[in-house]
Design a binder for this molecule. Sequence first.
Ligand SMILES: [Fe+2]
Length: 248
Amino acid sequence: MTDIHSHFLPVVDDGAVNLTEAVNMARMAAANGTKRIITTPHFNINTPGTKEGLDFRREVYKRFVDAVAAEKIPVDVYFGCELYAASNIDFLLKRGVYATLAGSRYLLLEFDFSSRPEHIRDALALVATRGLVPVLAHPERYIRIQADQRPVYDWVLSGCVIQVNKGSLEGEFGRGAFLCANSLLRHGLVHVVASDTHSARERTPDLSRVYAFIAENYSRSMADVLLKINPDLIIADKHIKKAVPIPY
Ligand SMILES: [Fe+2]
């Protein structure tokens, strides 16, 4: 499997606390069938994103890559970020202060969990005008989307890629996120499932259970698309596979 949303990198955000934990998380990912990971540290959240902040994340990424290689853990590691879409996003996009997923056109975005759908729509459109493909992180965790999933249908039609968290499908974020994630799956509105791992104890990088959940409750081919095929197409910077979405 391939994991496009993760917080393995230590120190830079609320993910791994040190390099030892980061390496343990990589070992856990590999042991449970993950072959490729994109590290996506939070960026532009709490403090405004800067070029120095991005450079620091890339330095930590290089140290993590070296540690994974030294421990002979069989995973390929790529760099990206989870860009928080604050009011300065236009400024950051214009100056190129962000990191796409593995250097592709795909850019992982997150919003405040109580964001209005109109605000999300406008930010996704802004990203698309720069020639990038917006990948929306875990919309099933957003309060207004849990109440009404119709905006996600519109975002998908406008070209947005939807990423759901494995923890949402495992009940780790409560009933609202679980029901919302399954609703989006039933409507063909999910393109990628990723770990969004933050540690080796909770929010882990183990994708094997969610793969089994999707294979059992939906289909094995859907599990393959969401956890293998589409994540690999993103790394290859190619068009992903999209089902024809079912409107609400
Ligand atoms: Fe994340």
